[in-house]
Ligand binder design. Structure first.
Ligand code: SAM
Length: 282
């Protein structure tokens, strides 16, 4: 079972205005890609999109699907690169409304579970940026179901493109289990309160699950980049502490402060990482 609509609302429908205060102006809610470490968050987010654009072998004529498109940050990037037609699916109504308000020519976004999505025509390329962590619950992982669930996802995605087409894929990862109670408790809090119903996959589960539908042509991890991204989100959010406490209450501020601080430590300590993969349909 994927995260339910209600669980997605907990994670993404807090308030668009709240997320605007600390994400970049384009509303990427996923790891940026820093190369030198001196880039701004905005530049590093574009660099992330550049990598996934190249991985998906997109050209302006490629009909492209972004699975789990968030507030449309990558769709906006595709539009900026001259891609004539790009589609997005998300489970969040607030995100979809935001995309429609952008009024991007050639961009279409709908609220739809990927499991129910039946496109009218084949896509030339697929992209998905940190959506797969919503597909398998901790309870299902405990029963050994994770790889099968991820494989169902990669199988379904493969039906939307022709053989030879590419998939620019990015996922947050869980690497190591903390050895101290505080970090364990903070990670459990993040999973239960901020992202209920989800679980970060392990790298080896993803590599196993793409088979037999996709070949992994390239793979890069970017743990340090996610640490820098979350540190910048935390810094920006803390700048608006008074406003957030006043508008949305102390609990929301404290929860997000704890969650983002936990993320910074999780990437520093190798509990979590992030992967980008170039996949080609077999
Ligand atoms: C962490 S956000 C990432 C958003 C965006 N890709 C970005 O880079 O900012 C995860 C996204 O996956 C979407 N999502 C989660 N489960 C989904 C599902 N089963 N079908 C379609 N979208 C889903 C959520 O609605 C959300 O837009």
């Amino acid at each position: 079972m994927t995260s339910t609509q209600r669980e997605i609302e907990v994670s993404y429908d807090v308030s668009n205005e709240f997320f605007e205060l600390w994400l970049d102006a384009d509303m990427h809610y996923t790891s940026a890609s820093y190369h030198t470490g001196d880039e701004t968050l905005e530049q590093a987010q574009i660099q992330k999109c550049d990598i996934l654009y190249d991985y998906a072998e997109i050209t302006p004529d490629t009909l492209t699907l972004d699975i789990g498109c968030g507030w449309g940050s990558n769709l906006n990037y595709l539009h900026g690169r001259g891609v004539k037609r790009a589609h997005g699916i998300t489970l969040s109504t607030a995100q979809c409304e935001w995309i429609h308000a952008r009024k991007l020519e050639g961009v279409k976004a709908i609220v739809c579970d990927y499991k129910d999505y039946e496109p009218e025509e084949k896509y030339g390329a697929l992209q998905s940026i940190e959506m797969i962590d919503h597909l398998c619950s901790p309870a299902q992982a405990n029963k050994g179901m994770a790889i099968d669930i991820y494989r169902q996802y990669f199988k379904k995605c493969a039906t939307w493109v022709e053989p030879g087409s590419c998939f620019g894929f990015q996922a947050i990862l869980r690497n190591r289990v903390p050895r101290n109670r505080k970090d364990l408790a903070d990670l459990a809090f993040t999973a239960d309160v901020i992202f209920p119903g989800g679980l970060n996959p392990r790298l080896e589960e993803l590599v196993a699950a793409v088979n037999p539908y996709w070949e992994v042509e390239e793979l890069r991890t970017q743990r340090v980049s996610y640490g820098k991204t979350t540190a910048e989100w935390l810094r920006r959010m803390q700048q608006h502490e008074a406003l957030i406490r006043e508008k949305w209450g102390n609990e929301l501020y404290d929860d997000y402060d704890r969650y983002l601080s936990t993320c910074v430590r999780a990437f520093e300590n190798h509990y979590s990482s992030d992967v980008q993969m170039k996949l080609r349909k077999i």
